[in-house]
Design a protein around this ligand. Structure first.
Ligand code: PHE
Length: 456
């Protein structure tokens, strides 16, 4: 007999609401801010290929596994992992996976909010025409003025945290579902517009070549790890965000189909962002490896030159902030749901406490760009260390544990019932990938980076 639980936190209205919410979680700063800048830092084409391979062979199978576990457990990831492990006759210690997810979400949101603050801070200047005919040097100085001021960064970071907490405090359906319904299509349209501009900017071919022509000599063991880490980050995997969204998924929705739809949408957005940004980088002789400021130093040039640029520029930064918002919400939902379930406190209070702690940790990122920019650990600032630890280590480890749990720990019959795939062959493919390919791939990438094995 299949067990079907209900979530106390509510449920999505239908499959589409889940697709929108999960896409809202997946599509965010990871696609538009992080993907272009890490692609630039890691040499372009070859990195993009590894990233795409990771999405297909690691990301999609784990996403299906994570949604499946979430819908089966119907609780916060910590309790879902514990209950599912126990009902499958295994150790309740599997709940540790939920804990590491809460911690990863806490780390990620702390810097995510600071960067989202950058987007917020660009809305007004874009609309007021500050980017009109601006030169590359001009945008660089606008950006440097922003990040060198801890006060400004704190104001925008605080505003973004308040926005996030306000939505999460309202709960699943009221807050989350409405926020994403119009946002995703609008963001998509704006990106297409930017790609259209990039096509006419003169350096489109060069940009596309950088993005798609692989030069494997530029690929290091560390860039392979970064590509894999990013596959987890961009699909919101390995920390329980997609698991908790899965726990609000109606019982009759197909998990595999919805997951694949979300992964494709997410990948298309990232590639469009790359196609919009690199032609501008080349047309203006900018550095591909400019780092976290890349989009903030390139896109304003485009807006400054195109007709209606103030309007579109303003719209773009609004969309970017909104996309970050719908991702941020999912970063804290696992922790908030746990606080409600186990501590019996209200949603609003849970948001307040968790939000406050995250805000405080975010100050470390704020200072990484100014007063602490020289303070480094293994050559990385506080922000870079936190991102590296969360994205490249915690998420892949969490994802590995999810893969192992779903195919080695849970009974195949339970999984089969939950996934309810009509096509037996598809189930077998997923099961095989998740059982062998995915874990082995993740482990190889880890061993490769610590130098135990050599891929190249
Ligand atoms: N996927 C989000 C992005 O690309 C970030 C995120 C990571 C959200 C992990 C939730 C969990 O911006």
């Amino acid at each position: 007999m299949a067990i079907h639980r209900e979530s106390i936190h509510g449920q999505w209205s239908n499959r589409w609401a889940f697709i929108l919410a999960a896409t809202g979680s997946a599509v965010g700063l990871g696609n538009i801010w992080k993907f272009p800048y890490i692609t630039g830092e890691n040499g372009g084409g070859a990195f993009v290929i590894v990233y795409l391979l990771c999405i297909a062979t690691i990301g999609i199978p784990i996403m299906i596994a994570e949604v499946m576990i979430g819908r089966h457990g119907r609780k916060s990831p910590i309790n879902t992992m514990r209950d599912t492990a126990v009902s499958e006759g295994r150790s309740p210690h599997w709940q540790l996976l939920g804990w590491s997810g809460v911690l990863a979400g806490f780390f990620i949101l702390s810097y995510y909010s600071v960067i989202a603050g950058w987007a917020l801070s660009y809305i007004y200047p874009a609309g007021a025409g500050s980017f009109n005919s601006v030169t590359a040097d001009g945008v660089a100085s606008i950006f440097n003025n922003l990040v060198s001021s801890p006060e400004s960064l704190i104001v925008w970071h605080s505003l973004f945290m308040i926005m996030t907490m306000a939505v999460v405090a309202r709960g699943v359906k009221e807050g989350l579902e409405k926020a994403v319904r119009y946002l995703m299509p609008a963001l998509f349209a704006l990106l297409l517009l930017l790609v259209g501009y990039a096509m006419n900017s003169g350096a489109f071919a060069e940009g596309a070549k950088f993005l798609f022509e692989p030069d494997f000599s530029k690929l290091t063991a560390n860039s392979v790890l970064v590509a894999m880490g990013h596959a987890f980050f961009t699909l919101s995997l390995g920390m329980g965000a997609i698991m908790i969204y899965g726990s609000y998924l109606p019982q009759d929705a197909s998990i595999a189909k919805t997951s694949i739809t979300v992964a494709i949408a997410d990948t298309v957005v990232a590639l469009l962002a790359g196609l919009a940004i690199f032609p501008i980088v080349f047309a203006n002789q900018l550095e591909t490896a400019a780092g976290p400021g890349l989009i903030f130093q390139t896109l304003p040039i485009a807006f400054g030159q195109m007709p209606g640029g103030s309007f579109f520029g303003m719209l773009f930064f609004i969309m970017l902030a909104l996309a970050a918002w719908t991702s941020a919400i999912s970063l804290i939902e696992p922790a908030v749901a746990w606080l409600i379930e186990n501590k019996g406190i209200s949603r609003a209070r849970a948001c307040m406490w968790f939000g406050l702690a995250t805000w405080l940790l975010g100050l470390g990122t704020v200072f990484s760009f100014n007063i602490w920019s020289e303070v480094t650990l293994f050559g990385k600032t506080f922000f870079e260390s936190l991102d590296y630890l969360a994205s490249n280590i915690m998420l892949p480890l969490g994802g590995l544990a999810i893969a192992i749990f779903s195919v080695w720990i849970m009974h195949t019959q339970t999984v089969r019932n939950e996934l309810a795939m009509k096509n037996e062959f598809s189930f077998k493919v997923w099961h095989f990938l998740t059982r062998y390919v995915t874990p082995v791939a993740v482990i190889i990438v880890f061993l490769n980076v610590v130098g135990i094995i050599k891929l190249s």
